[in-house]
Design a protein around this ligand. Sequence first.
Ligand code: C5P
Length: 219
Amino acid sequence: MKIAIDGPAGAGKSTVAQQVAKRLGILYVDTGAMYRAVTLTALVRGCSIEDEHSLREMLDAIDLMLEIKNGVQHVYVDDKDVSEAIRSREVTRHVSTVAAYPLVRERLVDMQRRIASHKDVVMDGRDIGTSVLPDAEVKIFLTASIEERARRRMEEFEKKGVHADYAELLRDIEERDRKDSKRAIAPLKQAEDAIRLDTTGRSIDEVVDRIVTLYREKI
Ligand code: C5P
């Protein structure tokens, strides 16, 4: 059984997906973290994010690994835990450019399908229901108003003691959604058979309950 959760930036996908996985005792895979890890590595190693071929060469040369510890996904690049570093604003600003390259997507989508091929999973991203796992039994398209999404991002930063500007966050989210929706390959889009859930003003528990119910109806 596969659950695909897609949607725009900051809609609450990872929080919801993580809790759904915990309730059902199945694996959680955050695919955005994979694109972020490639972006971070390129920035750290001085690999141009404008050069698709160099990025692919870099990607082929690194060991990218996902591991779940206490229900939380950790990402490793060559055995170094980069789970925190991939959340930086710099990575966030460049990730949509890197994620638009077919050579990058090809490699990561292959990894994602391999992970899902022998396990029950909840996978979140932008193209899971439309492209990575088109046969997923449950497909969710999670949304929330842009204001609410920017507010949530702001709260996340504040919890970490980092100052963030609301207007700037809102602009960054809009820009990322625009790039993710407009790219030629596997753009952010609701799958025809996905259920749209708007999380604006709804509690996480409410959304998780709904997805768990949908899953149980299918088994
Ligand atoms: O989910 P998150 O916001 O961490 O994703 C970061 C970026 O990775 C997205 O803005 C998008 O450019 C890219 N991404 C993607 N396909 C996925 C998951 C993420 O292109 N399945």
